[in-house]
Design a binder for this molecule. Sequence first.
Ligand SMILES: [Zn+2]
Length: 459
Amino acid sequence: MAPKKQNGFMMFVNEWRNRNAEGRRMTLAEAVYHCGTIWEKMDTQQRGPYNSGAKDANAARRDKRESLNGHGQVDKAQREAAKSLMDKAQREAAESLMDKAQREAAESLMDMKRSTERLVLNAKMSHDLENAKFVFVAFNYFTKALTTDVYVPAEFAACEYSLKEGIRSIYSTMIDPGQIIFGQGSDALHNSSTTHDLPLPPNALGEKNMAKLYRNILDYLTKCQGEGKTPIVFTPAENIGMVKSCFRYLECEDDSRDGGGKIEVFDIQYLLFILKKEVMSVAGLNDEKINKFATDAFFKNDFFEFTAGIACQYHEDNDRTKYCTQSMVTRWAYTFTDFMCGDLAITVQPGKHIPAPTKPNYRIISSDASSLDHESSFDSFYSLPGSQVKKESEPEDCSLSSSRLSVASRSSYKPKDHTSFAADLNEMSEFPSLGMRKSSKHHGSAASAQRKWNAGARN
Ligand SMILES: [Zn+2]
């Protein structure tokens, strides 16, 4: 039964019956009769609340009816209830998806950490920590697809490193992917001009055959790490996704692949942390100060950022050495050396462990006390007794040492074996992608002196 339309008088009757015990004993008809005599004597002001109350009730009823009948819609309250249920369901579905993604990410992170720890611990167990070999890799890319995590690679470098030998070999190549994802031209141009400055396709330089390049990289990794193992490479955590995507990009075009070519990409900063801890332990040093925060800070300082002569020829010539992948992997190797070789009293060889003595490396230290404290705690790591590394100041660099700037991490290493690095590089020349470097630039003392002079003039 549809509810009756309310009026002020009937509201009065209902209220009167609720308030008076005798009213509750009357029938509705009796109450209406009784109340009628009262209602007659009431003026407009007295009737007002009942009349407006009735209007409100009627309006509310109309709304409800319209929502029920008008367009076959469900009641607003029901709608809201349904919506909140759907929201809840969606939220829960989204949360469970996120949970799953997070769980998977957490699991793969744990995997990565365990594998890295195993690599380091195995080397430590066999008393061969200093000869354990690690491969560092870096990619530059032209562009990233807007909606997917597809990166179009532009340059690649890998560096095989051990504490004992420093840089054992370097693989470096520019990449010409032939095309850029449609509509991503300006994005690619922006990315290139602000970082690596490599010419975009169709003018890109370097290897054009992605499948061949991928096989060459796999061959290189196999040569470094041995047959039958899943190759493991290290790159900074924030680049892992990009590096994996670039490998996938190359791999996609390799039809001959037998499926065994998957490359594991791990966090180089976690390796630095674990390796440093174990190096300290092997050396019998107190490692209380070693935590991930401290080793990350050391890595990110990038003390060798301005090292000349370690980038590929293109980036040396175009003054973009910082963004050159070959320079990056080389700097990471120098950073590992700088952080750990002193602990193990390993004799560092310029050009392999640290920059060749062509140019000092500048480190800018902020003048506020807290960061100085921070820095000095790192300094202690490589000035430990037994370290073969000696640091001297070089007076010609004083121009840089204002009150706000300080010069550190200078290379004053005397070359002992000037040929070994070059010999290793030549050995790698069987890789067709290698060889962007003119040999004179690399170890010629004239070129080195020239660079040093240039650097002095620039600064
Ligand atoms: Zn380069």
